[in-house]
Ligand binder design. Sequence first.
Ligand SMILES: NC(=O)c1ccc[n+]([C@@H]2O[C@H](COP(=O)([O-])OP(=O)(O)OC[C@H]3O[C@@H](n4cnc5c(N)ncnc54)[C@H](O)[C@@H]3O)[C@@H](O)[C@H]2O)c1
Length: 233
Amino acid sequence: MLLSLTDRKVLVTGGASGIGRACVEAFRAEGARVVALDRAGGADVVRADVTDESSLAAGVAEAVALLGGLDVVVGCAGISGPVGTPLVETSAADLAAVIAVNVTGQLLLAKHTYPHLSDGGSIVFLASDSAFVSVPGMVPYCASKGAVVSLTRALAVEFDRVRVNCVCPSIVDTPMARGDLGDEALDDAAFPVQTAEEVARQVLFLATPLSRAVNGQALLADFGYSARSAFPA
Ligand SMILES: NC(=O)c1ccc[n+]([C@@H]2O[C@H](COP(=O)([O-])OP(=O)(O)OC[C@H]3O[C@@H](n4cnc5c(N)ncnc54)[C@H](O)[C@@H]3O)[C@@H](O)[C@H]2O)c1
């Protein structure tokens, strides 16, 4: 399959860890030039906080200077927040933190990268299957990921020069998931688990001209769980 990513200029937020890191490596393996942006450090990481507009703008400016423009932007920076805590016991500060990174961070990323994106470019956000399904103790995270699906659709309408899509994976084996669920739950999982590399391939598809007609969409990659009827057949 011809991905046409050679020398494409790619910015990945959350690029120091997990799915973001896997995206950085997958794009590089296809010949793209990639800048990773993250609030955490790393040898090849531009340090910036996606919730802080001046910090993010400076990080984007540095990436644009390093690459000479942008063709693809991937928004992976995210936090799970107080997973496992019922909403009635969740502080306003914890709610605000989840919305700040997962929603405002993606909006600011779109705001500051769109002027630099080439015509025909692509933005891909990490949403989650949590935009569509839930378990108790995940209300803020689910709300934030539902917002990512919505902002994806709205941006696809407003941004006429680039496509905007999001991926919505179920559980992915990353430091975030291990931190929330524990190593045991993932090492001997009683449910299907994706690798970060598998999610990166979904992102790559949405970033390439192969998906030229796909715009404003949420790619729900959950092994078909959400498609099942309540009817016990
Ligand atoms: N792991 C899963 O099961 C799963 C499933 C569906 C969706 N997702 C989503 O995928 C994305 C990546 O998650 P992951 O599992 O790789 O997590 P991760 O914790 O391994 O990586 C997230 C990265 O985002 C960075 N980050 C967090 N807040 C930031 C900020 N304010 N500014 C800049 N960088 C910031 C972190 O430093 C980290 O490097 C997230 O948006 C997450 O919600 C994860």
